[in-house]
Design a protein around this ligand. Structure first.
Ligand SMILES: *Cc1c(COP(=O)(O)O)cnc(C)c1O
Length: 413
């Protein structure tokens, strides 16, 4: 089985379990229990020392979750994949592994709401500083990096601003300063995008979104490409001397993930593994629907502007095509006259649902400033620069003509 020559759907669907199920089950069963039994004390010792690869306790590893991790590894080429309870668990596990008191993170204030809050409020209490700058300006990024920088963090497509930085340029700069790049690929039409090609060191994704198979469950993934030399990191340098480029994963799996206790549940892994089997179909159709709607919205007189990288006049169109290829994802934003017009529109839609989340099979609409960023103080609201007249639309699998009709009637009613 040469995985690279196959279509991604075939690779996913054709992938067998590492260990045959005792009943020959064709889908990985849900091993829901907490603990695993051993025949001897010696076998138990080997398992606890990580010598046999056997599962001991489902907070640490689990056969159902491992089957999901294995498939993700197959299609991405990551050297290690760790599945956790949410996208936020992926981000917090990563930074609990690489950050330290006195360290700083170089990123932008244009971030997903909880990521912004985690960096600015949660990590601050542990002596970690966040430096917000414009990631689209390499010189500015360079000025913010120093010998205490533990990572450059970027959302590959930012949520909800839809900005796209030049990933290779960021990685080249970060690596020239011995700093790793941590990238959130949640908004990218996953997995048509290949993070390895852009020298990303650690990738995280909220598998709640595209992967879960239609908002079936909350989950997150940490992908380690094992290309960064952690001997450069004050946190991992000693470990790196012993295990080389595996230092991040060894620390994460051997200490941090089991101590934070946010490993993915077997039920979630079962659902998301099933979701993965239809991912290729869904993200293509969703992306096509999204482009179709973006073009349509541009023709609606009430709509002041539409932001979607699949539109030719979008400032990030070219770089997005270069980095992500044909499919530009299923999230767009558009502006109406003001916040009141946004609320009126939200209240009148019938097919589109009033809900947060992204890449459900259903189309979802939200006014980000009053919801996701609603509890921020005026000072921090100013910092995230989310406009009051902006709506975010996640485009689902409905027939696009029905979505257009819904939008038109919402403006007319
Ligand atoms: C949703 C999201 C997250 C967080 O994921 P959860 O699974 O909700 O914890 C992180 N980053 C981005 C860009 C997201 O859209």
């Amino acid at each position: 089985m040469e995985a690279k020559k196959q279509n991604i759907s075939t690779t996913i669907i054709n992938r067998r379990f590492q260990q045959k199920d005792s009943h020959g089950a064709i889908s990985m069963p849900i091993y829901s229990g907490a603990a695993f039994e051993f025949d001897t004390a010696e076998a138990m010792e080997d398992a606890f020392l990580g010598k046999s690869g056997k599962h001991t306790y489902s907070r640490i590893s689990n056969p159902t979750v491992e089957a999901f991790e294995d498939r993700i590894q197959q299609i991405t080429g990551a050297k290690n994949v760790t599945a956790v309870a949410s996208g936020m668990a992926a981000i917090s596990n990563i930074f609990m592994t690489i950050a330290y008191s006195g360290a700083n993170i170089v990123t932008t204030s244009h971030l997903f709401g909880n990521t912004f809050s985690f960096f600015l409020f949660t990590l601050k209490a542990f002596g970690v500083e966040v430096r917000f700058c414009n990631l689209l300006d390499i010189n500015e990024v360079e000025k913010n990096i120093d010998d205490k920088t533990c990572a450059v963090f970027t959302e590959i497509i930012t949520n909800p601003h839809i900005e796209v930085a030049d990933l290779k340029a960021l990685a080249d700069l970060a690596h020239s300063k011995n700093v790793p790049v941590v990238a959130d690929s949640t908004l990218v039409a996953w997995p048509s995008f290949d993070a390895k090609q852009f020298d990303v060191d650690l990738e995280m994704v909220s598998s709640t979104k595209y992967l879960s198979g239609g908002a079936t469950s909350i989950g997150g993934l940490i992908l380690d490409y094992q290309r960064f030399d952690w001997a450069q990191s004050p946190r991992l340098d000693t470990l790196a001397k012993a295990v080389g480029k595996r230092a991040f994963t060894v620390k994460l799996r051997g200490e941090i993930s089991r101590n934070l206790g946010a490993y993915m549940s077997p039920h979630t892994a079962y659902l998301q593994n099933l979701g993965l089997e239809t991912l290729d179909l869904r993200f293509k159709k969703m992306s096509e629907n999204c482009k179709n709607l973006a073009e349509f919205l541009q023709s609606v007189p009430e709509v002041k502007s539409v932001n979607y990288t699949g539109l030719r006049d979008n400032p990030f169109h070219e770089i997005s095509q270069r980095q992500f290829g044909e499919y530009q994802g299923a999230m767009l934003t558009f502006s109406l006259e003001n916040q009141a017009a946004c609320f009126r529109f939200i209240n009148r839609v019938n097919v589109i649902r009033r809900a947060t989340n992204l890449f459900d099979n259903k189309s979802l609409i939200i006014h980000p400033l009053s919801t996701i960023y609603g509890t921020l103080s005026p000072e921090f609201k100013k910092m995230v620069e989310v406009p009051a007249d902006m709506l975010r639309l996640s485009v689902g699998l409905e027939d696009p003509e029905d979505l257009k009709a819904d939008i038109l009637q919402a403006f007319q009613s």
